[in-house]
Write a protein of this length. Sequence first.
Lengths: 114, 112
Amino acid sequence: NAGVTQTPKFRILKIGQSMTLQCTQDMNHNYMYWYRQDPGMGLKLIYYSVGAGITDKGEVPNGYNVSRSTTEDFPLRLELAAPSQTSVYFCASSYAQVDGNTIYFGEGSWLTVV
Amino acid sequence: KQEVTQIPAALSVPEGENLVLNCSFTDSAIYNLQWFRQDPGKGLTSLLLIQSSQREQTSGRLNASLDKSSGRSTLYIAASQPGDSATYLCARPNQAGTALIFGKGTTLSVSS
């Protein structure tokens, strides 16, 4: 059982470039999330989705976009990369609201913007 | 603002010690609280989920308690082992229940 799979694992971007972080889950979960984790700062929610076709902003959405065309996939797009977006990005999923349901995380994507 | 605070930020203990990690949160009207483990370079793994109707939850050598009235949760690790070395994070749902708010974590190091 693969769970939550993120690609790529590592990426170096130049300032101004764009890229997409891929996330897919095989647990038929309705809810999916993107978090970023900066050293010593905990995890911050970027975007989340409660089902295919439905997305909403989290705490730190600026500079990012998402889409949810299928239940399985929840890609995160970085437009015009900036050094402030250097971080570790985690995709996660849960069957229903996290208020009582276990959430499952991917292994993370390390992004450096230079 | 809903916040989650974890103390201490780092903890070093010798193998075999029992230890307690602390988590405090604003807004006592939460419905549950979760504890996670994160190994270096890895994602988060859910350890324990305490529902609002529960006061504690146990899994092996781990015991988590929840006191909503004081806004505190503790994670008790019994007979610590070097394999317990990791960062432990607690998290609570946001008001809408649509996502988790995380503390910054406590990094535990258990020496043999």
